[in-house]
Design a protein around this ligand. Structure first.
Ligand code: SF4
Ligand code: FES
Length: 215
């Protein structure tokens, strides 16, 4: 595989040509905010809109999870435009996210909190705190729980269950603002998900927040 050499924030990085910038940066120890990407998921969803970077010669920021590495790229992970985009993207996600972090199963490993901390963005935008959407939590399963009030609709659990594990027990139900992750027919997890050695709850392991969780 051909190697490409380029710079990120002034640091020289070498990575396989064509690898997505997000993972090349991560391998080099450079943080780029992201919630909906996974190194094995290609093409990526690119739905969270948090991984913007600037590339010299481009007029607009690009998403690092979709941008392939090329020789000679000059990449910046921070600029006024990028910071504004990340801040507004994060606040948009948090506007519909249950922010009772003390009761959250993800707590300190929550992707939203990590991005907020790394980018010094307040968890609350200054607007009135969002009311929890009040959607019913599925606690029917003895080992797995689903709280749609914390879901950021990254799609990773749906991809994992369907394309990696090969069961396809989860999907996106409804459309628009009512979209949520659910079993087919909205049936309780307990009757649908066997959670055995065939999957080892990989859906919960990729959830970047506390929406799909092991008990
Ligand atoms: Fe993503 Fe978690 Fe929501 Fe699944 S439950 S879409 S992994 S945030
Ligand atoms: Fe790139 Fe979500 S990680 S858009």
């Amino acid at each position: 595989m051909t190697e490409a050499t380029f710079t990120i924030d002034g640091q020289t990085v070498t990575a396989p040509e064509g690898q997505k910038l997000l993972w090349a940066a991560e391998a080099a120890g450079i943080f780029i905010p992201h919630l909906c990407a996974h190194p094995d998921h290609d093409p990526p969803f690119a739905s969270c809109r948090l991984c913007f970077v600037e590339i010299a010669g481009r007029s607009e920021p690009v998403t690092a999870c979709t941008e392939p590495v090329k020789d000679g790229l000059i990449v910046r992970t921070r600029s006024d435009r990028v910071d504004r985009l990340v801040r507004s993207g994060l606040h948009l996600l948090m506007s519909t996210h249950d922010l009772d972090c003390r009761a959250c199963p993800a707590r300190h490993r929550c992707g939203l909190r990590q991005i907020a901390r790394r980018r010094r963005i307040g968890l609350r935008s200054g607007d009135p705190p969002p009311a929890s959407p009040g959607l019913p939590r599925d606690d029917s399963h003895p080992r797995l729980g689903l709280d749609p009030n914390r879901c950021v609709l990254c799609g990773l659990c749906v991809w994992m269950c369907e394309e990696v594990v090969g069961r396809g027990l989860l999907h996106f139900a409804s459309r628009g603002p009512s979209t949520r992750v659910s079993t087919f027919g909205g049936l309780p997890l307990v009757g649908q998900c066997p959670l055995d050695e065939g999957c080892s709850a990989r859906c919960a392991s990729v959830c970047p927040v506390g929406a799909l969780y092991l008990k």
